[in-house]
Design a binder for this molecule. Structure first.
Ligand code: FE
Length: 166
């Protein structure tokens, strides 16, 4: 079977530094909020694509972020979790909105990998319209999420584009 020549029509998602709070070994789950966590509801949805714009089934995603008071759980794994995208490359995360902290604008950390052996993308997703986006030196306009109000919180969307192994 002839392999279709790669067009690389899509730009890779911008990488953003990992920061000091990543912890490997998070549990596999799409709802990462443990009871008693401060913060308003945030749902994040999207798709993982390759550089040709094809969805990446079963891509691996790991999310971590601060709670609604700007605190990370560095003892346990609250607001931390990994998951695999579905057959169509789609992922779904249920969490709370992180608060900005120190000089940082509000953000959600993510690591994404197309498959075992593919390179990791490490990045941070940002919220549109935040004053801190203007002053945070780590802010990256290329990883702004789309954000919409829901009756009980907010719905964010972001599609990742990652390198695959050929
Ligand atoms: Fe952070």
């Amino acid at each position: 079977m002839a392999k279709k020549k790669s067009q690389n029509t899509r730009e890779l998602t911008h990488a953003v530094e990992e920061g000091p709070y990543y912890k490997p070994g998070s549990p596999e789950r799409t709802g990462i909020v443990e009871p008693g966590t401060p913060g308003s509801k945030l749902v994040l949805d999207g798709c993982v694509y390759d550089r040709d714009g094809r969805p990446v089934p079963h891509a691996w995603l790991d999310f971590w972020h601060a709670d609604g008071t700007g605190q990370y759980d560095n003892e346990g794994y609250n607001l931390r979790g990994y998951q695999y995208a579905d057959d169509n490359g789609r992922y779904h995360l249920e969490t709370v909105r992180p608060l900005e902290y120190l000089f940082r604008a509000a953000h959600v950390h993510a690591k994404v990998r197309a498959a075992e052996g593919s390179p990791y993308l490490t990045t941070q997703l940002f919220f549109p319209g935040e004053a801190r986006n203007e002053t945070d030196p780590i802010f990256e306009a290329g990883t702004l999420m789309n954000l919409a109000e829901m009756t009980d919180g907010e719905k964010a969307t972001f599609d990742f584009v990652v390198e695959t192994v050929r």
